[in-house]
Ligand binder design. Structure first.
Ligand code: GDP
Ligand code: MG
Ligand code: ZN
Length: 289
């Protein structure tokens, strides 16, 4: 039987097969190969005397380290338009991570209630220009949640974003129960909840959501500086149109990307982020942000 691991605790894996969740152990052969099953894995299991065993782990499309989860198809990158304000570099770093991991990114601009002309916000303009999907939300009032819910169908979605933007509020409303803790840290400390919990997949609208936020550490390794431009979707249509073959859109003359930035066709904040990242790669500071 084929299924997906939704939870792992103490050597047991909980595999969702159709409408059932089956407790399984992994076969010893995986340990010998240095492979251990993780949440998100697509697996083949057998059932004997009501005991499940994982017989095969299918090749992973991708893998996140923190949280440890595989086969993510999509990230909901949550930012609040105010409290905290959008940090454009951070937003771009999340998008870059998604491109690197081959995860579709959808940006959610939350707390629309805190900003009057939120459609004109520079972050919103930047995202529109770069061609990413986006959703406006006011999680407190439940606005935008239906749209988010529709996007979850047939996907494994990880929520990303800095603390305080409303990730837990959105997720808890979608699930209809308190899956994630909301509020500030001092409240959490007061309740003394310090147990480390493994992440799990929560089913919503025929899709799965990871119950802990993704990309908590923004770390990337690039093979080469040339590779960076591949992760900026708005550059793609200009491929090979610069004067110089292999143009980095940096100091080269007659660069079509730079021209597009000057003409406001490509958002200047995205280009600035591209250059900043490129310079970090060149300087060799590429591994840490
Ligand atoms: N004004 C406003 N506050 C919100 C909204 N969504 C969440 N919040 C508040 O923002 C704070 C942080 O929310 P939380 O879900 O814990 O953020 P997380 O750290 O991203 O999980 C909480 O006090 C929420 O009540 C919203 O749409 N508007
Ligand atoms: Mg939270
Ligand atoms: Zn160029």
């Amino acid at each position: 039987m084929e299924g997906i691991i939704i939870k792992g605790i103490g050597g047991f894996y909980y595999v969702k097969v159709k409408d059932q969740v089956i407790e399984c152990k992994a076969r010893g052969k995986f340990r010998k190969k240095g492979l251990s099953p993780i949440v998100g894995d697509k697996v083949d299991i057998t059932l004997k005397n009501n005991k499940g065993s994982i017989e095969e782990i299918y090749e992973r499309n991708n893998e996140l380290i923190r949280p440890l989860v595989s086969n993510i198809t999509q990230a909901l990158v949550v930012f609040s338009l105010k409290n905290p304000d959008v940090n454009l570099d951070l937003l771009n770093k999340f998008l870059l991570q998604c491109e690197l991991k081959k995860i579709k990114a959808i940006v959610c601009f939350n707390k629309t209630d805190l900003l009057e002309k939120y459609q004109d916000d520079k972050a919103v303009k930047m995202i529109k220009n770069a061609g990413y999907e986006y959703i406006f939300a006011n999680a407190k009032k439940g606005i935008g949640l239906e749209k988010i819910k529709n996007k979850l169908k047939n996907n494994v979605t990880v929520f990303c974003g800095q603390s305080g933007v409303g990730k837990s509020t959105i997720l808890n409303q979608l699930v209809g129960s308190e899956v994630m803790e909301t509020g500030n840290i001092s409240e959490k400390l007061k309740r003394g909840k310090h147990t480390t919990r493994h992440s799990q997949l929560v089913e919503i609208n025929e899709g799965f959501v990871v119950d802990t936020p993704g990309f908590s550490t923004l770390e990337v390794k690039f093979e080469s500086k040339e590779e960076l431009q591949e992760y900026f979707p708005e550059f793609w249509e200009y491929e090979n149109q610069c004067k110089f073959k292999g143009c980095m859109h940096y100091k080269e003359p007659e660069c079509i990307i730079k021209k597009a930035v000057e003409e406001n066709i490509i958002d200047s904040n995205r280009y600035k982020f591209y250059i900043k990242t490129l310079e970090e790669i060149i300087k060799g500071e590429k591994n840490k942000w």
